[in-house]
Design a protein around this ligand. Structure first.
Ligand SMILES: NC(=O)c1ccc[n+]([C@@H]2O[C@H](COP(=O)([O-])OP(=O)(O)OC[C@H]3O[C@@H](n4cnc5c(N)ncnc54)[C@H](OP(=O)(O)O)[C@@H]3O)[C@@H](O)[C@H]2O)c1
Length: 238
């Protein structure tokens, strides 16, 4: 039977936008005491106002080891943590500087790894990572992103053993319409989303709320750990 989130302490890293923000809203609506974090204090403040229900927020760059350590050191135990930090611009192997490649790995993979090391989570609690479909369906224009996602899924399975009885799961979203593509030309974005809606078995574009619902299930289902859940409209089988 699903556990209640009422009164639980939930942290969403990358909670000021997209999937993280939708997760923060859904958890708060389910009665959780939500804290969300990301780099931009403006985005954090705006998100806290949207989430409501007494949510709090903090400006935190998770690539800053000292800042992340200081953040977790002064926090009591969490019931549930969700890591939904985005990596940065994707590109092909010859189109990205090594510095950017290291930065992407740092933001997405090492944030999850460091969080698992630093955070204290209650025994009945959970850690949920967000990977992505590129782990299974590589794309030459986002080569590293697929590698990062695959590493995260492996990390999630391993952490389910390392942190037991804390449950650790990974959600792998397909194409989701979030601000992650804010820099993409509007016409190109529309064409991509229209194509997805026409060709995916689910016949629609994914929304951040679809992924948030899956994350909440993983937080509250006491028998789910070490799993990777695809929320991709059937993209994996199409
Ligand atoms: N949308 C999709 O189609 C899709 C598909 C597959 C996988 N995913 C994955 O899902 C996750 C969430 O993506 P999204 O679509 O929700 O993206 P988003 O709307 O761009 O949200 C990303 C969040 O990460 C935060 N962030 C970025 N770098 C950070 C850092 N160094 N420290 C702390 N926070 C940081 C951002 O806030 P600040 O800018 O304030 O830091 C923002 O809150 C990502 O890992 C993404 O790769 C998304």
């Amino acid at each position: 039977m699903a556990r209640s989130l009422a009164g639980s302490r939930v942290l969403v890293l990358g909670g000021s936008s997209g999937i993280g923000l939708a997760t923060a809203k859904a958890a708060a609506a389910a009665g959780a005491k939500v804290t969300l974090a990301s780099r931009s204090s403006d985005k954090v403040n705006a998100a806290v106002a949207q989430v409501g229900h007494g949510a709090t927020g903090t400006a935190l760059d998770t690539t800053n080891d000292a800042a992340l350590e200081a953040f977790f050191a002064k926090q009591p135990e969490w019931d549930h943590i969700v890591v939904s930090v985005a990596a940065g611009r994707s590109a092909g192997i010859h189109d990205m500087t090594l510095q950017d490649a290291y930065g992407n790995m740092n933001a997405k993979f090492w944030t999850a790894y460091k969080t698992a090391r630093l955070a204290r989570i209650t025994p009945e609690g959970s850690l949920t990572l967000v990977s992505g479909f590129l782990s299974q369906r590589p794309n030459k224009d986002a080569l590293l992103q697929g590698c990062i996602n695959a590493a995260l899924e492996s990390l999630g399975r391993g952490l389910a053993l390392s942190l037991s009885p804390v449950r650790v799961n990974t959600v792998s979203p397909g194409l989701i319409d979030t601000p992650i593509r804010a820099a993409m030309p509007a016409e190109k974005k529309k064409a991509m989303l229209d194509h997805a809606a026409a060709t995916l078995p689910a016949k629609r574009v994914g929304q951040a709320e679809d992924v948030a619902a899956a994350i909440l299930m993983l937080m509250t289902n006491p028998f789910t750990t070490g799993s990777t859940l695809y929320v991709d409209g059937g993209g994996m089988i199409a």
